[in-house]
Design a protein around this ligand. Sequence first.
Ligand SMILES: C[S@@+](CC[C@H](N)C(=O)[O-])C[C@H]1O[C@@H](n2cnc3c(N)ncnc32)[C@H](O)[C@@H]1O
Length: 245
Amino acid sequence: MVESFVGRRVSLTTDKLLFEGTFASAKPWQNVEGLIEFPDKVCGLKILDVGAGGSDMIAHLLERGAEAYAIDPLYTSWSRVKGEVRKTLAKLEKRRAGDQKWEEFIRCQHEALERFVESAKCNPDHYKPAFASELPFPDNYFDLVFSINCVCQYLDINFGTLLAAVNECLRVLKPGGTVQLFPFRDVFLPPGQRNNSDEDYEKRYWARRRNQGFLLEALEQNPSLSFVVLPASGANHKNLAISKI
Ligand SMILES: C[S@@+](CC[C@H](N)C(=O)[O-])C[C@H]1O[C@@H](n2cnc3c(N)ncnc32)[C@H](O)[C@@H]1O
């Protein structure tokens, strides 16, 4: 249990249940860097990627001199991450066969996964097995905490898990730092554009939308936080940026 930023206590267990229903991916730096507003110079900054899967974001940030970390419950072994991402990519390969744009995106994810494994083997302390609701870092540690397709898209299915994750991100964030969550206020995608053909998509979409609205209401009540919903470059969806004053 953690102390919520809205002054309530929230359960830490439901996100562990939701974890079973998530798909692992390995989005490459070049495809997703525009979704997050990175400072021009990241050298020396402390940065955390929450629910990073097999993405190579942290590999790139480490190369640029950032003190960057990733967490994901999958990080109990690198072969587990590889196996889960490859399972997702194999499904996508079938579903998107013949679509050149997707085929290229899937190829880039395989490459990003290789870069991830190489980086994780060289920098094991920077890739920690953890849930978003129990981040293994001290208070006020990071300049930037971001999450792509994890806190929003999966944990926002349930308001308790969303709040627990956002509370933890804010706990480890320094005053003056920013938490950025993507996709926020995402558009309702027509069937051909969805990543999965899950029949529950519509139900989940509206639950997520409602929970995101509750989160904004909770944030509005906290005078030590400010937030803005920004268009993310190169995407239909938006990014929620929360600053700790
Ligand atoms: C769709 S993938 C996104 C991975 C990466 N951010 C990317 O963009 O390629 C979702 C990731 O969230 C992770 N995840 C699921 N539940 C989580 C939780 N409660 N806390 C942290 N990560 C979680 C999954 O293991 C998975 O790797």
